[in-house]
Design a protein around this ligand. Structure first.
Ligand SMILES: [Zn+2]
Length: 134
């Protein structure tokens, strides 16, 4: 069994004194649910009672598309594949890709604001939810 401290999830409630801090022993897993991309957990902050999804702060939250497909599209953008080519390969519209990109950009902006570093939303939701340093 993993210990509570190992969830590596910060409380997303800005009013909570554990906001944005990880491994404070305040986060517990209360349930899980299945998505197209596998099992996802729901957490609760014991300090303030806020409940949130594992993917809440990532580009994947509430998307109908599988995480793998979104990641594939964002990776192809990174290596400068044309939008129309990505759309053709993945069987989606260019507008959809632009929405994902916009969402990734928004998330990157939030992370920039908090960490004062240059991050881009992409890769490895398991290891560091939704983000990787480039
Ligand atoms: Zn909290």
């Amino acid at each position: 069994m993993r210990k509570v401290k190992d969830w590596n999830q910060p409380c997303p409630n800005k009013a909570c004194n554990c906001y944005g801090q990880k491994n404070q022993g305040n986060i517990r897993c209360i349930s899980s649910y299945m998505t197209q991309s596998g099992k996802r957990r729901v957490f609760e902050c014991k300090r303030c009672g806020e409940m949130f999804s594992e993917v809440r702060d990532t580009v994947f939250f509430d998307l109908r598309t599988s995480e793998e497909k979104v990641m594939m599209a964002l990776k192809m953008i990174l290596v400068k594949v044309n939008l129309s080519d990505i759309a053709f390969v993945l069987g989606i519209t260019e507008e959809t890709i632009l929405r994902w990109l916009d969402r990734a950009y928004q998330k990157a902006q939030e992370v920039n604001y908090h960490r004062q570093r240059r991050w881009l939303v992409i890769i490895s939701p398991g290891r560091y939810p939704g983000y990787a340093l480039i």
